[in-house]
Design a protein around this ligand. Structure first.
Ligand SMILES: *Cc1c(COP(=O)(O)O)cnc(C)c1O
Length: 244
């Protein structure tokens, strides 16, 4: 018996209940288990409990963890991506949630062509306007989508992602999630495309996100417990490229 199983089951039950409250089918919502700061043994236990999709927020950390983890695990990048890590990211991840500029898109597109991989991408949108957040402004997504539709061959644009500002009251996230959904609808109408994925909701607010249309919820703490506070070198920048 695996310690993670009851936690996984309880998160799944809460996801199903939220979907039903919103009149949605529970199968529309995927759980991305966020294993950042946890080692490959946690991934092994999570796979044994039935989890399949895993989210990491740092390329460097994922690069050592993924080869040590069960090969059936599927990996998604949910955190900010620096252009200089793009060539690793397109090999490690099947989905990248954090594209927020034309420059990053161009770098990823050429990296994926070189690597011969075909990741899906989501646009990260800063719907709240919080200055500390990554992500394109809602207005900037229009020229970004236009550029991507013209230039994407290896990459496929399939959704939007956002993080609500930290707030202990989950209900306060609702307008931000609703804004991401309406932005998705506006982009679909403007460009005559479909953007099926809405990546939104974390441990504190995933039920609200599901009620507002989330298809991908990114959950760490509710599954794996509180993360240790790790002191990291500033910006985990270029010192890592040699290690990868
Ligand atoms: C860490 C992280 C999560 C998961 O956060 P929890 O509150 O532990 O569920 C989700 N999304 C992103 C982008 C993260 O960095």
């Amino acid at each position: 018996m695996n310690d993670l199983l009851p936690l996984y089951e309880s998160v799944q039950e809460r996801m199903v209940a939220a979907a039903k409250r919103a009149g949605r089918s529970p199968e529309e919502v995927s759980l991305i288990a966020v294993t950042k700061t946890h080692g490959p043994e946690t991934v092994r236990d999570a796979v044994a409990a039935g989890m399949m999709l895993f989210g990491e927020n740092k390329v460097q950390e994922a690069a050592w963890k993924i080869p040590l983890s069960p090969s059936c695990a599927r990996w998604q990048l949910i955190g900010h991506l620096q252009s200089n890590k793009a060539r690793h990211a397109v090999r490690l991840f099947e989905t990248i949630h954090s594209v927020d500029s034309i420059k990053l898109f161009d770098t990823l597109e050429s990296a994926a062509r070189q690597a011969g991989t075909r990741p899906e991408i989501y646009l990260e949108v800063n719907v709240s306007g919080e200055v500390s957040k990554y992500g394109a402004t809602p207005e900037a997504t229009f020229p970004l989508v236009e550029h991507i539709l013209e230039h994407a061959h290896a990459l496929t644009l399939s959704g939007l992602m956002t993080m609500a500002p930290f707030d202990p009251e989950p209900e306060h996230s609702r307008p931000h999630f609703a804004r991401l959904r309406t932005l998705r609808d506006e982009l679909e109408a403007r460009f005559d495309i479909t953007l099926p994925h809405l990546s939104m909701g974390m441990t504190g607010d995933f039920e609200i996100a599901i009620e507002e249309g989330a298809t991908d919820v990114r959950i760490g703490t509710a599954l794996f417990g509180a993360r240790p506070i790790v002191k990291r070198p500033a910006a985990d920048a270029d010192t890592t490229s040699g290690m990868l």
